[in-house]
Ligand binder design. Structure first.
Ligand code: ARG
Length: 458
């Protein structure tokens, strides 16, 4: 197929090479950004006298017609085009004749593609952040409703100490708040304009890069043209931020899967977000949570793929950089899809406070509290720890728990113990006394809720 870039060469390339080289099947999603970028470029060329103002206006009109026709479906993307930039320019030239050929003055596809990608990812970052906020709001609602529900906190997946469900959920809220921060920080570096860096070295035309950047909503411009066309750090940063979002969703998914198992039964996922088995009629499978956990691997893979593409690339643009888009697009699509099911799944989840409390009552998760009580009676912590352990073993032998072990048995192990011990090992008290900053007490959960909500509203 003959190319817009035919000149030195005939522009005739092998079909296999065209197919291999073409990026239209994935970069056509940037058509809006491409056209808006070109409109700003045409206006700048007109304002600077590089093109006649009437010519610039003609280009802008032609471009807005293409945008309108693509949006309405009157014009469809040619799947055999080399990329979205070539496609738009080709259609423009078909429609405007010689004038269309003037658009590419003082730019290159190298700065154009970097521009489109930054504009596209800026919007993705905003939309993913909005989805994260929705998930955070759902977490807050759930945490508020269950702020005093007691369940075992685990270490090594062994019952460890009592915590409130609100506290447990807000641990995820803290992770997601950091994700939001990371996205906002990364957006600052996405939002710098590369347009006008041209192929690699800038241009001999008297362009106004700042005007283009301002029109397109950028906070500033890339100050080195070689860097401007070859920097993909912003993609790596976004992929790293999205990888952490997925890490958090995956850990949460893992807990939802465990909690909804028959062994735990801490939660029941609603039927809208579970599936049945084709053979086992009793099953209610947590597929959505499993897929969120499974898709985490794709996003990590996208990050590693791009890091590997960048390693060893000489300055400035190399075609390897075309590989950036599939990685970031896949990661953005994946994160959006996961957030899209996670939020409603949480909102419709039934929390089994009774099952959580029943689990908390087994497993001696108040043994640390008993030791703390003994410290209050004057024992050094290590001795208190030992006595508490012996009392746990005694309960196991008797088939009871610390709450029901008779006082005389307690006293036979340690005469300092009095009836106050039952208050010390009461699970509600165990939680209420964990008032240390960031601890699991209900007051602290309320303070955390206020903090998260303020961050969300601020
Ligand atoms: N499709 C290319 C990409 O995605 C656009 C830039 C092409 N530049 C070039 N000099 N061939 O990177």
């Amino acid at each position: 197929m003959a190319k817009l870039w035919a000149g030195r060469s005939s522009g005739q390339t092998a079909q296999a090479a065209d197919d291999f080289n073409s990026s239209i099947r994935f970069d056509s999603r940037m058509f809006r950004e491409d056209i808006r970028g070109s409109m700003a470029h045409a206006r700048m060329l007109g304002a600077q006298g590089i093109l006649d103002p009437a010519e610039a206006e003609g280009l802008v009109l032609g471009l807005s017609g293409i945008l309108r026709d693509l949006e309405s479906g009157a014009l469809s993307i040619d799947p055999t085009a080399e990329d979205i930039h070539m496609f738009v320019e080709q259609v423009l030239t078909e429609r405007l004749g010689e004038l269309g050929k003037k658009l590419h003055t003082a730019r290159s596809r190298n700065d154009q593609v970097a521009l489109d990608l930054r504009m596209y990812l800026r919007r993705e970052t905003d939309e993913i952040s909005a989805l994260l906020r929705e998930l955070l709001a759902a977490l807050c609602t759930l945490a508020e409703a269950h702020k005093a529900v007691i369940l075992p906190g685990y270490t090594h997946l062994q019952r460890a100490q009592p915590v409130t469900f609100g506290h447990h959920l807000l641990a995820y809220a803290m992770m997601l708040l950091r994700d939001l921060d990371r996205l906002a920080d990364c957006r600052k570096r996405i939002n710098l304009s590369p347009i006008g860096c041209c192929a690699l070295a800038g241009t001999t035309f008297d362009t106004d890069r700042r005007m283009e950047a301002a029109e397109l909503g950028f906070d500033g411009v890339a100050l080195n043209s070689l860097d401007g066309v070859s920097d993909r750090d912003f993609c790596v940063e976004l992929l790293a931020a999205l990888s952490l979002v997925m890490a958090h969703l995956s850990r949460f998914s893992e807990e939802l899967i465990l909690w909804s198992s028959w062994e735990f039964r801490f939660v029941e996922l609603s039927e809208d977000y579970t599936t049945g088995s084709s053979i086992m009629p009793q099953k209610k499978n947590p597929d959505m949570a499993e897929l969120c956990r499974g898709k985490t691997g794709r996003v990590y893979g996208d990050l590693l793929a791009l890091l590997t593409v960048l390693k060893g690339l000489p300055l400035a643009y190399n075609k390897d950089l075309q590989e950036d888009k599939e990685a970031v697009f896949d990661a953005c699509d994946t994160v959006r899809a996961c957030l899209g099911v996670m939020t409603p799944m949480l909102a419709g989840m039934r929390v089994r406070a009774d099952r959580m409390l029943a689990a908390a009552r087994e497993g001696f998760i108040n043994a640390t509290d008993l030791a703390d009580y003994l410290v209050g009676k004057g024992l050094p912590f290590r001795s208190a720890y030992k006595v508490s352990g012996e009392l746990v073993a005694e309960c196991s032998r008797r088939g009871c728990v610390l709450e029901t072990l008779p006082l005389e048995v307690y006293r036979s192990f340690c005469p300092e113990i009095d009836a106050g011990v039952y208050e010390a090992v009461d699970l509600g008290n165990c939680v209420a006394r964990r008032k240390s900053l960031g601890g699991t007490s209900v007051d602290n959960v309320e303070a955390q809720l206020a903090f998260v909500r303020e961050k969300l509203n601020g």
